[in-house]
Design a protein around this ligand. Structure first.
Ligand code: PMP
Length: 384
C-alpha cells in the first residue's frame, strides 16, 4: 500500500529532536522556527514531558469516557487557572478541527439557530462545520457546502453591523481566530473584537474565539484575544496544547448547559493526552514561557521591521507574519538549504510565518535574524 498523496514534502527525514532543534537521518541539525506548524510549544522532547508521558504509559494509557478520570479534572483545573478562565468548563477532543466542530455544534444547540458569521482568509479546519466556516473554496467538498455561513471582511465593523441587522435573529455564532494564522497573520483589532462581543450579546448569538494556533501562550498572553479584553462564550484550543500529542478542547462559558450525550468522542481526553497537556502547562508555568514569547517575539518583530525587502511585519509574541516585497518561496528555500532553518508558509504568497517553540532563546533568535538578513541582502552564506 502507498500513502494517499495529499502533502507536498521536503526531502528531509527528521529522526530526532531536542528543544529548538531537529536532526535528520544524515545527522544534519535544523533550527525549528516552524514548530511543526505551531504545535511544539515547550520545545521538542522536553525531559519533563517525556517523563510524564512515559510514566503514564506504564500505569494506564487508555480507557474510554465512561469511567472516572481525575487527570481530566486536574487538567481542567490547571488550564482554568493559567488561562484565567477558572469558571469555564472544558470539553476535550483530539484536534483543532474537532474543537471548532464541537464549538459550532454547541452554539447551534444552545441557540437553536443555524447561521454563522465567519471572516475572509479565516481557517478553522477540515471537518464538516469547521471547513464550512473556512474561507477556502478549494477544500470545501460539495457535501460541506451550506447557505448558513456569511463571510465578512476582517476588521470591518460596519459590514458586521449590517450583517447583524439582516441575519441577527437566525445567528447561532460568530467565529474568529485570535490571530489569523493560515491567512498570513492578520490581527483582529481591539475595537473590532469588542464590536463582535457586543453584537453577539445583542442578538443572543455566541462568540467563538478560535485560539487553536494563536492560543496557549503563543501571543505572549495565554490567549491572543486577552489583549482586547473580551470574553468569548466558547474558546477552542489544540496545536500547542499537547506539544505534539494529539489533543484539542473547547472552553465553555458557565451559562452554557451540558446534557449527557450532547457531545462525545472515543479518544478525546484519554490518559496520555491529559498527561501530555498537563506536562505542557507545568513547563509553561515553571519556565515562564509566556513571558519568553513576549520578550523574544517582541525583539524578533522589531528586528524584522528594520530589514530591507520587508513590506510589513504582523503578529504578537511568537506568531509572526513577515510580508516580503516579493514571494517568500525562494527566501524560505534558502533559509532551509543554506542555513538549515525551518520556517512556515501562509496562503499569502508574500508572507512567511514564524511559529517557533515558546522556549526560543535570544541566541537562536539572533541566528535567525543574521541568516534572514544574509538571504534578503543576497550576501555570501556565512557560518552561523
Ligand atoms: N483552527 C486554526 C486557527 C488552525 O490554524 C488550524 C490548523 N492549521 C485548525 C483550526 C485545524 O486544526 P487541526 O489541523 O488540528 O484540525
Amino acid at each position: 500500500m502507498n500513502l494517499f498523496d495529499v502533502y507536498p514534502l521536503f526531502d528531509i527525514t527528521p529522526v530526532r529532536a531536542q528543544g529548538m532543534y531537529v536532526w535528520d537521518d544524515k545527522g544534519t541539525r535544523y533550527l525549528d522556527l516552524y514548530g511543526g506548524h505551531a504545535v511544539i510549544s515547550i520545545g521538542h522532547s522536553h525531559p519533563h514531558y517525556v517523563k510524564r508521558l512515559a510514566r503514564q504509559l506504564y500505569d494506564i494509557g487508555f480507557y474510554s469516557n465512561s469511567v472516572q478520570m481525575p487527570l481530566q479534572q486536574e487538567l481542567a483545573q490547571k488550564l482554568g487557572e493559567i488561562s484565567e478562565y477558572p469558571d469555564y468548563n472544558l470539553f476535550l477532543c483530539n484536534s483543532g478541527a474537532e474543537a471548532n466542530e464541537n464549538a459550532l455544534k454547541l452554539a447551534s444547540f444552545h441557540t437553536g439557530r443555524k447561521k454563522v458569521i465567519a471572516f475572509k482568509a479565516g481557517f478553522h479546519g477540515r471537518t464538516s462545520a469547521a471547513v464550512a466556516v473556512t474561507d477556502n473554496p478549494g477544500i470545501i467538498a460539495p457535501i460541506n457546502q451550506t447557505e448558513n455561513v456569511i463571510f465578512l471582511p476582517l476588521n470591518d465593523i460596519q459590514a458586521f453591523a449590517d450583517a447583524l441587522q439582516e441575519h441577527g435573529q437566525q445567528l447561532a455564532a460568530v467565529i474568529v481566530e485570535g490571530m489569523q494564522g493560515v491567512g498570513g497573520v492578520h490581527l483582529p483589532g481591539t475595537n473590532f473584537l469588542k464590536a463582535l462581543a457586543n453584537g453577539c450579546e445583542s442578538v443572543g448569538a455566541l462568540l467563538i474565539l478560535d485560539e487553536v494556533q494563536s492560543g496557549y501562550g503563543r501571543s505572549g498572553k495565554f490567549f491572543a484575544h486577552q489583549y482586547a479584553d473580551v470574553q468569548p462564550h466558547l474558546i477552542t484550543v489544540a496545536k500547542g496544547m499537547g506539544n505534539g500529542f494529539p489533543i484539542g478542547g473547547v472552553l465553555v462559558h458557565p451559562e452554557i448547559e451540558a446534557k449527557h450525550g450532547m457531545l462525545g468522542t472515543t479518544f478525546g481526553g484519554n490518559y496520555l493526552a491529559c498527561a501530555a497537556a498537563l506536562a505542557v502547562l507545568e513547563v509553561m508555568d515553571n519556565e515562564k514561557l509566556m513571558q519568553n514569547a513576549q520578550q523574544v517575539g517582541g525583539w524578533l518583530i522589531d528586528e524584522l521591521k528594520k530589514m530591507p525587502g520587508v513590506h510589513e511585519v504582523r503578529g504578537k509574541g511568537l506568531m509572526i507574519g513577515v510580508e516580503l516585497e516579493e514571494p517568500f518561496a525562494p527566501v524560505r528555500q534558502q533559509l532551509l538549504k543554506t542555513y538549515k532553518i525551518f520556517t512556515g508558509t501562509s496562503s499569502d504568497k508574500n508572507t512567511l510565518r514564524l511559529l517557533p517553540p515558546l522556549c526560543i532563546g535570544s541566541e537562536e533568535a539572533e541566528k535567525f535574524i543574521s541568516a534572514f538578513e544574509a538571504v534578503i541582502c543576497k550576501t555570501q552564506p556565512q557560518e552561523l
